[in-house]
Design a protein around this ligand. Structure first.
Ligand code: BDR
Ligand code: CA
Length: 325
């Protein structure tokens, strides 16, 4: 049995809900590279950029990876009640600046992401795991419409929030800040949820010195990833003086495939929706002072080397090694 209760040799299934985004793109690639996992679909939300761009980016990533059979569904183009805030300052005008990407080889599916995800969870016949690595708008709507679908999600890993820091504000992490009302619904839904926040993603930097080794794996996927990393590193150097990049979303998906990478604590997490300075904060009750029921496994530590090994092994599987001379 795995740590999440599945048989070792069965194929596990997941849906990725995302807003690509440099680290979303790498998270998608890591998921596609797992031999024992199948990506049933990719649902897309507005976040890092507007929805038209995040959908296009997802399709371009699949095109470069030669995996256009994985269906992409466009979801919500704005948060539940707020105006959209994007992260153009991090991900650039397209949301995926850096590499020269081809035109997408396929289109998004005609069905809305929220309709598809609800239908898929309802009809799957067994719980499906979900990696949610953008604002939680799509998932919140699914749960608002059909709260019982919470039981159809095996494990939900959320890249979002933090115990003790913020990036879009001093208090809040971007994904939660963009749609805190949606995050409050998802954290309150009773789903087995693992929160992978900034406290751990900032511990798992991929050093700049290793970008060349990724490019050298060979072929279009490593080349795209290396170009993404070069661009992403510029922002992180400028703002955080990091000599490397946190690949936030890839940390979250990796935790599905290799749960032992994380050290977690079972905590009560509430999402601030009415703060003057703290909107979107994930308020983690470290000492149980609220007496409220814990609702999340909160990542408080990460095996950085294990994560980077998983990342590299995944990209190696998607590489086309240079032909011998
Ligand atoms: C999160 O925000 C986005 O910019 C990234 O894609 C990641 O999901 C990090 O705060
Ligand atoms: Ca993201």
């Amino acid at each position: 049995m795995s740590a999440f209760g599945g048989e070792e040799d069965e194929i596990r299934r997941l849906v990725i809900d995302c807003d690509p985004g440099h680290d979303d793109a790498i998270a998608i690639l890591v998921a596609l590279a797992q031999p024992r996992w199948r990506v049933d679909g990719i649902t897309v939300v507005a976040g890092n950029q507007t929805l038209d761009k995040t959908v296009r980016n997802a399709l371009q990533v699949l095109t470069v990876a030669g995996r256009t059979h994985v269906p992409v569904y466009a979801g919500m183009d704005r948060p539940l009640v707020r105006d959209l805030v994007t992260a153009e300052h991090v991900h650039g005008e397209s949301g995926l600046e850096g590499p020269a990407l081809p035109e997408p080889g396929v289109k998004a599916q005609p069905e809305h992401a929220v309709d598809w995800l609800a239908r898929h969870l309802r009809e799957a016949g067994a719980p499906i795991d979900v990696a949610a690595v953008g604002p939680l708008t799509n998932l919140a709507l699914v749960l608002r419409r059909e709260p019982d679908l919470a039981r159809s999600i095996g494990r939900l890993v959320v890249m979002g929030g933090a115990v003790g820091e913020g990036n879009i504000t001093p208090s809040a992490e971007f994904n939660i800040f963009v749609d805190p009302e949606a995050a409050a619904i998802v954290f309150g839904a009773g789903i087995p949820l693992t929160m992978v926040g900034l406290d751990v993603t900032h511990q798992a930097l991929l050093p700049r010195a290793e970008f060349a080794a990724i490019r050298a794996l060979g072929g279009p996927v490593p080349e795209m990833v290396a170009d993404l990393l070069d661009y992403f590193a510029g922002f992180h150097q400028q703002v955080y003086a990091f000599d490397g990049v946190p690949i936030h979303d890839a940390c979250a998906v990796a935790a599905l495939f290799e749960p032992t990478l994380l050290t977690t604590r079972r905590l009560r997490v509430d999402v601030e929706t009415r703060g003057q300075f703290t909107d979107g904060r994930t308020v983690c009750d470290l000492w149980g002072v609220t007496g409220r029921q814990p609702n999340a496994e909160v990542a408080v530590g990460i095996d950085r080397d294990g994560f980077l090994d998983l990342l590299t092994a995944s990209l190696r599987r998607l590489a086309t090694p240079p032909a011998p001379a």
